[in-house]
Design a protein around this ligand. Structure first.
Ligand code: SAM
Length: 255
């Protein structure tokens, strides 16, 4: 790891090791809850319509304090994060067995090749060396396995910064980031396995301008935004004008 990578990784780790969501103002908590609900709904919708199969064993890499535990808690799942502080909160908030929690760095995971059929990696790749992290995720994936990745979309129509409320290093990624990775991966691994994009979509997050509203109005806007998110993201106008959403969901399949 270069010295710069090491310093960046230490800054991100320090940030998450001191992350105290309870100290944030209520509008930030509302927006964070909205983000979790939105992502939860989208993953559930994809599960229900068959786009996504959460086949065991599953790894949730960069699980934080377990926002998406309910999606995978009944499956054989390993939850990984490099913040012990967040894993401790996860453990205190749920009845998870400690054997299902692993404190490790996504760029260098102490796990065997082909350990998982499904990998979730939600809002993590922005903080890391994306090539190293994807090398690890694809190494851990079994053949026919799927990695479901969600990142903040660099190609979003609204080019505002979703992270303005927390000062932590993050890179914005886009579909091109993954296409480039795939192209390099497939060139160097063509005899062993190939990666393909199984599915991708972008979706909208409420515009930060609404933060100025009093909390009860903000909560109403968030509720409406959640209700109509699918319609807005899939509307003809959005696709005609190429109005990409602020989040990119991408499923990579290893064959
Ligand atoms: C924005 S939070 C997302 C947490 C969770 N996936 C969610 O969506 O609620 C980013 C998470 O990535 C973790 N993380 C960042 N860099 C990491 C690394 N190099 N290795 C493992 N985890 C990392 C952080 O500790 C934090 O829990």
């Amino acid at each position: 790891m270069s010295t710069k990578d090491q310093n960046d990784s230490k800054d991100v780790k320090d940030f998450y090791d001191n992350w105290k969501v309870e100290n944030y103002p209520s509008y930030v908590k509302s927006i964070m809850k909205h983000e979790e609900d939105l992502i939860f709904n989208i993953i559930n919708k994809n599960k229900q319509n068959g786009t996504l199969k959460l086949k065991e064993p599953i790894i949730d890499c960069g699980c934080g304090y377990g926002s998406f535990y309910n999606l995978t808690k009944d499956s054989d799942t390993l939850y990984i994060d490099f913040s012990k502080h967040l894993l401790d909160i996860f453990k205190n908030n749920t009845n998870i067995n400690s054997n299902n929690l692993l404190c490790a760095n996504i760029e260098d995971l102490p796990l065997k090749n082909e350990s998982a059929n499904t990998i979730l990696c939600i809002n993590v790749l922005e903080h890391v060396n994306v090539t190293k992290a994807l090398n690890e995720l694809t190494r851990l994936l079994k053949k026919d396995g799927t990695a479901l990745i969600i990142v903040v979309n660099k190609d979003s129509f609204f080019n505002e910064d979703i992270f303005t409320d927390w000062k932590v290093k993050h890179n914005l990624l886009n579909l091109g980031t993954f296409k480039n990775y795939l192209s390099n991966y497939n060139k160097s691994n063509c005899n062993v396995s190939t990666l393909k994009i199984e599915h991708f979509e972008t979706f909208y997050f409420v515009h930060p301008i609404f933060k100025i509203l009093p909390n009860f109005l903000l909560n109403k806007v968030l509720k409406l935004s959640l209700k109509y998110n699918d319609k807005i993201s899939k509307s003809k106008l959005s696709s005609k004008l190429n109005l990409n959403g602020q989040f990119l969901l991408i499923q990579l399949k290893k064959e």
